[in-house]
Design a protein around this ligand. Structure first.
Ligand code: ADP
Length: 157
């Protein structure tokens, strides 16, 4: 089974890494797809997010980082993904994800597989990481240690 895990990853967090690791175990091959949102502007460029995700996943052999603009289902069809994978943290995630999964299935027939966030990371989001990083704090326990300095450096420039 080929999976597609789409997201903004602005920046990637330990929560993202955990979902990627678990999804990579379930799938034969996993595309982690960075979305270029037309609605909101991101703090990290696509190239920076790609660098961070590449570093984060360098030891996972069946993962490839790609980027896309437009609809997730168009990207899924392009790479011939069998399933879309998303993480679920909270009730507020659920309402949005429920609609997206239904719309995506209606448009393409592609199912969405949900992995429940681990309790240790269920509070963690890119928004929180950005806010803490902007205040000049360390990001221990929020992003993987090996990308902490990259995240802080990218935000400063
Ligand atoms: P989006 O803007 O598309 O939600 P994100 O980068 O915020 O993109 O999230 C990408 C995916 O990773 C989503 O499925 C999201 O639910 C999941 N995710 C993000 N943070 C966590 C976390 N702490 N634990 C589990 N899943 C997470």
């Amino acid at each position: 089974m080929k999976g597609l895990l789409p997201g903004t990853f602005d920046p990637p967090t330990l929560g993202h890494l955990e979902i990627i690791q678990r999804a990579a175990k379930l799938c034969d091959f996993l595309y982690v797809a960075i979305g270029e949102s037309s609605k909101s502007s991101s703090s990290f460029t696509i190239e920076q997010r790609r660098d961070l995700l590449a570093k984060l996943t360098e030891k996972i052999s069946n993962v490839e980082i790609i980027s896309f603009s437009g609809l997730v289902v168009a990207c899924a069809k392009k790479v011939k993904a069998d399933v879309i994978v998303r993480g679920l943290r909270s009730e507020s995630d659920f309402n949005y994800e429920y609609q997206m999964a239904a719309a995506n299935r209606q448009m393409s027939g592609i199912e969405t597989l949900f992995l429940m966030a681990s309790p240790a990371y269920s509070h963690l989001s890119s928004t929180i990481v950005r806010e803490i990083a902007r205040e000049g704090h360390r990001l221990q326990g929020l992003v993987p240690d090996d990308i902490e300095s990259m995240v802080l450096a990218y935000l400063r420039h």
